[in-house]
Every structure is written in C-alpha cells, then in structure tokens.
Design a protein around this ligand. Structure first.
Ligand SMILES: Cc1cc2nc3c(=O)[nH]c(=O)nc-3n(C[C@H](O)[C@H](O)[C@H](O)COP(=O)(O)OP(=O)(O)OC[C@H]3O[C@@H](n4cnc5c(N)ncnc54)[C@H](O)[C@@H]3O)c2cc1C
Length: 486
C-alpha cells in the first residue's frame, strides 16, 4: 500500500491500517517532517505551531478520533464515554481567550463590553438559533463533526445556497459586533470571510462542536505549545521510521492490471524509485491529485481545479521581555483584536505552570483576504519575510505599540494553499462526493474531501479511506460507522 502524504489524513489512514493488522504500507511525504498543516516547530524558548493550533473537544460522532487520542495518551479512561477524561496538560489553561475592544481587554472573544441593548439582543438571538441547530433528534444531528455524519436534507441544501452573512441578515441579524464575531470565526476556521462562506458551513462551525470533557467546561480546547503538532508526531512515532519516508515526492501514479505503479522521488538524491502497490491512499491536497494520478474522471479533475484555497501567513515572534498591557483581562492563550484584519496571537508557553510572561513565543495568524486567492497567493510568494514580520507588528500595534522593542526574532511561514474554502454549493457537489467515495483501491484522505479544513475532517477521511481499502483487499464489507460517502 502506498499512502501519498503524511498529514493528519495520511497518518490516520496508516494508523487505521495498522489497527486492522495491515502493516505492509509506506507513507511518503514531500516535506522534511510529517504533519502537513498540523506540524509543530520550535526554538530554544519553546515549541510552537506551524499551522493548526487547537482541537475542540471531540464530538460523540468523532469516535475514531477519540480512539486515536486514547492511543496517544490524550484520553485517560474510556474514549467513548459522553465526557471522556482528557490529559490535563492538553486542556487549555485559563484564561483561554480575550478580546481587545475600545482599548480594553475583555475575557472571551464574543464582544460583550460596550454593546447597546439592541446589539446584546442580537447576540443572544444568534446563540439561541445556534442552540436550536445543535439539538440531537432521533433522526440525527443536522450539524455533526465529521461533517459527513450530518443529516443533509432540503433545509441543509437551502442553507448551502447562500452566504453566511446574507443568511444572518435574512434572520434580521445585522448588528456590527455580531457580524464581526461570525466573520472572525469564519476567517479563523475557514480562512474565508462570512460574506463568502456557505451558510451551512458557517452554522456547522457553531452548531457541530458539542464535545464534552470530564471536569472541564465544554468550550475548552485541547492544545499544546506545538499546537496540534503532538498528533502527527505521536502518529509518526507509532507508524515507525521505516514505513515513513519524508523528502519523498510522489510524482506519478498509474493503474496497472494488478494495482498501481507510482514514481516516488527522493528529493535529496534526485533518485526516483518505482513502487508497486495493490492500493493507493492519496492524502495530498486534491488540487495536486490530477497532476499526479493518471486517468481521473474529467468531473473529478474539474472539481480539483475549481477548489478555491485560502492562503495564510503566520509569524512566530520570540519575545525576550513582556510588553506593557492595555487595561482589562489578563493575557490569555488566544488574544484577539476587534476590527483587526488578522486573527491575533496564541502564546506558546501558556500551558507552562510558571506564570512568567517572558521569554516566550507568540504565534500570529493571518488569512489573506480582499482579492481572488490566486492574486493573494502571488503576493504571499512575492513579499519577503520582512514584509510579513512588519505586518505582524503593525497588526498587533493597537495592543502593543512598542512590541518591536520586546522581540528578539520573527520567523514567518507561508501556506499558499492552506485551506479549501467552503463556498455556497460545496455541500451537494457530486464531484466532491466522488472523491469521498473514491474507487475500491484508490482512496482520497485529505481534509479537502470535506470541502473545509480542520483536523477532525482530515482524520475522518483518512480512516474512511483506509477502511474501504482494507475491506476491498480482504473481501469483507467496510464498517458503515467509519466510511463516508459524502
Ligand atoms: C495556518 C493554519 C491554521 C490551522 N489551524 C487549525 C486549528 O487550529 N485546528 C484545526 O483543527 N485545524 C486547523 N487547520 C487545518 C488543519 O491543519 C488541516 O485541516 C489538517 O492538518 C489537514 O490535514 P491533511 O492531512 O488533510 O492535509 P495536509 O496537512 O495538507 O497534508 C497533506 C500532506 O501531503 C503532502 N504532499 C502533497 N503532495 C505530495 C506529493 N506529491 N507527494 C508526497 N507528499 C505530498 C504534503 O507535504 C502534506 O504533508 C489549520 C490550517 C492552517 C494552514
């Protein structure tokens, strides 16, 4: 078996094969370390995220993710209980989030301070709507995570035809603080403003995450200094060095009479070897698939070319001393500035027991907006590190005008095709469904298959892909609980 791509999707497929007793596989990734967009980095001060930085408490529907977390030691006790017990080191320490508005930090990122009575009423009306969409009924959940476990009916399809911002206005919800808040959430989770995101996807963000934990409130998240990097690192350690080849790019895949033949290039030596396998898990982004895999149907090729990817840039600011704070709530793990183009910063050392505020590393996040993605990507590539480092400082300046005096270095990382945007119409697109089903021995295991990018989706697609192949090769029926057709 060849698994192309060692992100959460590819590594989860490998984990599922190993659980099914199949260990004859190889995972190849073009990068120098596994993890894809969930990798962690670090320096002498701390480890820090290079992409994904948190996991909400896994839902009941995320059964295999909970099993994985149990294998990795993140869940202590039964992974399938309603409220599993998570390892304390991963439950984000309080204070979790704060928001700078009117020059004052408030706790939490839902705007509260200084709202008019009408704005407060709209905020409440929105959360009441979300609570209705969250309810479980005998027919299932309207919004579930993984998304393919959601009940998709006429109402869901209608939501997928309009943007989230338009839908909110249609509900009479038009207050500026509410629109800022949902727009922030969409830029944070999808890299895409609420005016572009499908209303189904926007509501999914708010209504699907209903995981609980023993001894913790349900809005806490799981995080570590390296963000979500501990997940691929744990998976890679379990898979074992021999079966995981980094710096290895899968250049070409073609079907043969007995399976597949793939050309895998070792980037360091330039040597290409030909790998024969009975099956392939393609766990790279979907836009790359038609460039590598021969013979994909035209509709699948068209779909892969149509996916609109949001570009992101991140900066890791190493601080030797702590800048003075605006008044209000004390520094949290996630610190957000109202009205900013970017998404604020998370503190890598937040989980340490010591209350020291420096030295530390802040990771600043920014999803580029305001032009077609291709143009944004060109800008991302053309502008040097200095440009993005200066942008990080200027975006954080409303909170810290003298931040540069406290920073010893700034590293930047660019993600050109960071996240597939869930635009209106994505939910029912038959070509996306084709990728979800794949072929018996050619499966797709990237978050792109879900149409939006979160670790839970990447994991679910990896497991679904591996389960279909394991079943096809052994002649048994796949477990319907873990495979997804949409
Ligand atoms: C800046 C940022 C912040 C994020 N924050 C969060 C968060 O806080 N929480 C969350 O849940 N999600 C977050 N996400 C999304 C999350 O990181 C992704 O959904 C998830 O990591 C995707 O995993 P994947 O395996 O589907 O894909 P990827 O991570 O894209 O992995 C694909 C892998 O395929 C490899 N590859 C591609 N082509 C080839 C080839 N030809 N040969 C060999 N290998 C190849 C790539 O090198 C890569 O390692 C964030 C993403 C970004 C970019």
């Amino acid at each position: 078996m060849l698994i192309a791509g060692a992100g959460i999707g590819g590594l989860s497929a490998a984990w599922w094969f190993a659980r099914a007793g199949i260990d004859d596989f190889m995972v190849a990734d073009l990068q120098s370390a596994p993890g894809g967009n969930a990798r962690g980095g670090g320096n002498s001060i701390s480890r820090y995220p290079l992409g994904a930085h948190y996991l909400p408490l896994p839902t009941r529907e995320s059964a295999t993710l909970r099993r994985l977390l149990s294998d990795l030691g993140a869940i202590e006790g039964a992974p399938d209980s309603v409220r599993p017990r998570y390892a304390e080191r991963l439950l984000v320490a309080a204070p979790q989030e704060r928001l700078l508005r009117f020059g004052h930090w408030q706790e939490g990122i839902v705007p509260e301070a200084g709202l008019t009575a009408a704005e407060r009423g709209q905020m409440q009306a929105f959360f009441e709507l979300v609570a209705r969409f969250r309810r479980r009924s005998a027919a299932g959940k309207a919004f579930a995570l993984p998304m393919a476990a959601s009940k998709v009916d006429g109402d869901a399809l209608a939501l997928d035809h309009v943007s989230f911002a338009t839908w909110l206005r249609g509900q009479g919800l038009n207050s500026a603080p509410l629109h800022w808040y949902v727009d922030y959430a969409c830029r944070d989770d999808f890299g895409t403003p609420a005016a572009m995101v499908s209303a189904w996807a926007g509501l999914h963000y708010f209504a699907a995450r209903d995981g609980e934990a023993e001894g913790a409130s349900s809005d806490v998240v799981l995080t570590a200094p390296e963000g979500n990097g501990w997940i691929p690192e744990g998976l890679a350690a379990r898979i074992g060095g021999e079966r995981l080849q980094c710096n290895a790019i899968v250049r070409r895949v073609r079907a043969t009479r007995s399976g597949y033949e793939s050309w895998v290039e070792d980037i360091a030596s330039g040597r290409t070897c030909r790998v024969r396998s009975k099956a392939i898990v393609w766990a790279g982004p979907l836009f790359v698939a038609p460039r590598v895999i021969e013979g994909l149907p035209d509709s699948a090729r068209d779909y892969a070319a149509r996916i609109d990817y949001a570009p992101w840039v991140m900066a890791q600011l190493s601080l030797h001393s702590s800048p003075p704070e605006r008044p209000g709530a004390q520094r949290a793990w996630d610190n957000v500035l109202y009205g900013s183009r970017s998404l604020g910063y998370v503190v890598a050392t937040h989980q340490r027991l010591s209350a020291a505020q420096a030295p530390t590393v802040w990771t600043w996040y920014h999803s580029l907006q305001g032009a077609p993605s291709k143009i944004l990507r060109r800008e991302l590539l053309a502008q040097p590190r200095e440009h993005w480092a200066a942008m990080a400082l200027s975006e954080l300046a409303p909170a810290y005008p003298d931040l540069a005096d406290h920073v010893s270095r700034i590293d930047c990382i660019r993600h050109g095709h960071a996240m597939a945007r869930p635009l209106p119409g994505f939910l029912a697109d038959p070509a996306r469904h084709w990728f979800a089903r794949g072929l018996p021995t050619l499966q797709f295991a990237h978050a792109d298959v879900s149409g939006f990018s979160v670790c839970e989706e990447a994991h679910a697609r990896g497991v679904s892909a591996a389960e279909r192949i394991a079943a096809a090769l052994s002649g048994r029926k796949p477990d319907p609980q873990v495979i997804f057709d949409v």
